[in-house]
Design a binder for this molecule. Structure first.
Ligand code: SAM
Length: 174
């Protein structure tokens, strides 16, 4: 399955950490790419690319000012659009159907998401109907989508690899 994430409405001053965490969470839990929109911010791109380079895998991150174009381009490429929002249908009612889609563009917002996104989306999905965070919503969504298999994902060509331990830290370096 191909999974890309569109992060809407990045604000340089306020969202540096959160947008970086959206990207790192997407990468760690099995998404292929994050497309950032909102204010252009090379520091997010640089820090996420740096992590991906050191920790391995094929994850990509890019910037596109025109998020409408991203939605339309991906629709044309046969992707289904899943918009994560607390106003949507509970994930547990739709995940079986979503799992059958081969290609997904998962949209997460920051501040108010334009109404148009709700209409363009194939699925408006809530991870509980309570307000929380785009990072949490994305993490739970990917976990439900991949059914836990993402927890065993291997990252090829990693320069850094952790040796899991009950206590202490061990990192292998190439
Ligand atoms: N009013 C917004 C909404 O529609 O969910 C809350 C904004 S929240 C700070 C930023 C983003 O987190 C939202 O655009 C949405 O992608 C995600 N989010 C927050 N709570 C969520 C929930 N319960 N289910 C799914 N996504 C959620």
């Amino acid at each position: 399955m191909k999974v890309k994430v569109l992060r809407l409405g990045h604000r340089k001053k306020r969202d540096l950490r959160l947008t970086t965490h959206v990207c790192l969470t997407a990468r760690a839990l099995g998404a292929d790419e994050v497309i950032l929109s909102g204010e252009e911010d090379s520091s997010v791109l640089t820090s996420v690319r740096d992590v991906a380079e050191r920790w391995g895998g094929k994850f990509k991150v890019s910037y596109e000012k025109n998020w409408r174009k991203v939605l339309m381009d991906y629709k044309l490429k046969g992707y289904k659009i899943v918009h994560l929002t607390m106003y949507g249908i509970p994930i547990q009612k739709k995940i079986k159907t979503i799992k059958k889609c081969g290609k997904l563009l998962v949209v997460v917002g920051s501040e108010k998401v334009p109404g148009e996104v709700y209409s363009v989306a194939d699925y408006n999905i809530a991870v509980t109907n309570q307000p929380h965070s785009e990072v949490a919503a994305l993490a739970v969504f990917l976990h439900e989508l991949f059914g836990g298999k993402e927890l065993n994902k291997q990252f090829r060509n990693a320069k850094l690899k952790i040796v899991p331990k009950e206590r202490g830290k061990e990192v292998l370096r190439k």
